[in-house]
Design a protein around this ligand. Structure first.
Ligand code: ZN
Length: 62
């Protein structure tokens, strides 16, 4: 029995909201890697601490 599965896209891309604790910087990101990259960029520039908040799946139109 052969199971061919690649672990590349096992899940939908999660969305994150990256918020800064040091200023009003705020960004949405697709996927954890993107959120991490955004946070690292801002922290490198400013030295601020950031948090990435996972957003719920988009099931509503706001
Ligand atoms: Zn900041």
């Amino acid at each position: 029995m052969a199971t061919k599965e690649t672990a590349s896209s096992h899940e939908e891309t999660k969305r994150f909201l990256v918020e800064c604790n040091g200023c009003s910087y705020e960004r949405s990101a697709d996927g954890r890697l993107e959120a991490t990259r955004i946070g690292n960029d801002h922290r490198r520039e400013t030295g601020h601490e950031l948090v990435a908040i996972e957003l719920p799946p988009t099931s509503r139109n706001a």
